[in-house]
Design a protein around this ligand. Structure first.
Ligand code: NAD
Length: 467
């Protein structure tokens, strides 16, 4: 749904979804299963089209697209399908003895009509992974792809109606204006991935309808390096996580904090690692991405003036190319250290030791991810105990989100709510509390008024003993 779209069309879509949800079709296991199967077919049968769209928008290598976009969603989808019956069943919870005999359980229910607003950087993964959970949980869904990846947005807009139940799943394409219209609707949940500026708009608009939100935001994710362990391997891990998708990854290392004794060695190894990954001239590499828009190109290239370029820095506006670039001598107050970089520029800042790095991190917003490259257990424990972030990873960057059992989400300024694996199903479900107690024997007679002194003594002593 794109051309000639109006606010009225959107209101009508939401009303149609609500009416369809009321028929109870989407609640059934059969419908949920069909939708998951259909989404799997879409991803498998049309993978070549998806790969091509991602190449056109972001110059992603087909293997990277398989790994971080299509393959990622397929893994989430297959897990959801395998576990669907179990997830739908809910779970028993113990009943306090004072209430016995009784049975208590939680039963997940679909929320109703939900909205998923996606970004452009992983335009397939970050739109369809939440969709897996929304469908598995039995909701009707409107998805809004990131408009800065227009070829992928258009493809998703074409494929979803072809494969999924059109009465329950709609794609609305467009930018800020269309997003605004969507956010004005009375949703049962809004799942937003993107920057914090828009995240605040989402939260404000949702508040008008008391709609719950999941906000998957970004921010500056630091890496700490203390020079222990194999620095060659450390540099390779940092370079891979940072320069994948030309640095346009929400969990990419944003900057490096390094101890003075390790700085030179790390810089040298990072240069070697970039060469290993993308060759002498990354512009010629089929594996290296491009910036999403000219605005982002201008924003990022202007950062090169904010420090000393140690390596990289070559650029070409026409193709929105910016070489993997390492910067030193940056001021903590300059924009490269105060704003999320979200591109292939890696500032390296010297800190005295782990304690100074922790202080530096704790003075700033809580990051989405924090990476600690250290062979010392005591250092890793310090970071675990004294910092807060959406995720903390030791000796590896950007890989935690491929573990379905780990919650993926931020804390504080990096977001609210988390998903992946069963959690995505839970995000889009209401955990209903269900209690059932037989009428006989009527044990509650013991707690009904009138509260005679004898009864009061009995109730108090019973509660003290049983609770
Ligand atoms: P963005 O905030 O510009 O856009 C995201 C979505 O918001 C798009 O669909 C867009 O149409 C919509 N939007 C834009 N302006 C709007 C407005 N005024 N009102 C309503 N909706 C509006 O984000 P982006 O630049 O596409 O993505 C980059 C940011 O997203 C970075 O901060 C990054 O860290 C973050 N991010 C986070 C995750 C995560 O999983 N936590 C993943 C990817 C990106």
């Amino acid at each position: 749904m794109a051309a000639g779209l109006t606010r009225k069309n959107i209101t009508e879509t939401v009303e149609r979804h609500r009416a369809y949800f009321a028929t109870d079709v989407t609640r059934t296991h059969a419908w949920r299963r069909q939708q998951l199967d259909a989404l799997e077919r879409l991803l498998v049968e049309r993978s070549a089209d998806i790969v091509e769209a991602l190449r056109a928008d972001l110059h992603k290598h087909p293997t990277e697209s398989e790994l971080t976009e299509i393959g990622f969603v397929l893994a989430e989808l297959r897990l959801a399908r395998r576990k669907l019956r179990r997830w739908m069943r809910g779970s028993r919870v113990p009943v306090p003895l004072a209430l016995a005999p009784a049975r208590a359980r939680t039963v997940p229910q679909p929320l109703g009509s939900v909205l998923i607003v996606g970004p452009w950087n992983y335009p397939v993964q970050l739109l369809l992974a939440p969709l897996v959970g929304a469908l598995a949980a039995g909701n009707t869904v409107v998805v809004k792809p990131g408009e800065l990846a227009p070829v992928t947005s258009e493809l998703i807009g074409r494929l979803i109606p072809e494969y999924l139940d059109e009465q329950a799943v709609a794609v609305v394409e467009g930018g800020a204006e269309v997003s605004g219209w969507l956010l004005d609707q009375p949703w049962d949940h809004i799942f937003y991935t993107g920057g914090s500026r828009v995240g605040k708009i989402v939260a404000e608009k949702a508040a008008r309808h008391l709609t719950p939100v999941t906000l998957e935001l970004g921010g500056k994710s630091p890496v700490f390096v203390d020079g222990t362990g194999n620095l060659k391997a450390v540099a390779r891990r940092i370079a891979w996580a940072k320069f994948m998708n030309a640095g346009q990854t929400c969990v990419a290392p944003d900057y490096v904090l390094v101890t003075p004794d390790a700085q030179e060695r790390l810089q040298t190894e990072l240069i070697v690692a970039v060469r290993e990954l993308y060759g002498e001239d990354p512009e010629q590499s089929a594996d290296y991405g491009r910036l999403v828009s000219t605005d982002h190109y201008l924003r990022l290239t202007s950062m090169l003036r904010l420090g000393t370029v140690v390596s990289g820095g070559r650029k070409e506006v026409g193709s929105r190319y910016l070489e993997p670039t390492i910067l030193t001598d940056v001021l903590p107050t300059s924009s490269v250290m105060t704003e999320e970089i979200f591109g292939p520029v890696l500032p390296i800042v010297s800190v005295a030791d782990a304690a100074a790095a922790i202080a530096f991190i704790n003075e700033r917003d809580k990051p989405l991810a924090l990476y600690v490259m250290s062979a010392r257990r005591s250092v890793r424990r310090e970071f675990l105990e004294r910092t807060s972030s959406g995720a903390l990873a030791f000796n590896v960057g950007a890989a935690h989100l491929s573990v379905p059992g780990l919650p993926f989400g931020g804390v504080g300024a990096s977001g609210m709510g988390a998903y992946h694996g069963k959690r995505t199903f839970d995000v889009f479900s209401h955990q209903r509390a269900v209690l059932s107690k037989p009428l006989a024997p009527d044990t509650l007679r013991l707690v009904y008024p009138p509260y005679t002194p004898r009864k009061s003594r009995f109730v108090t002593s019973l509660l003290r003993r049983l609770s």
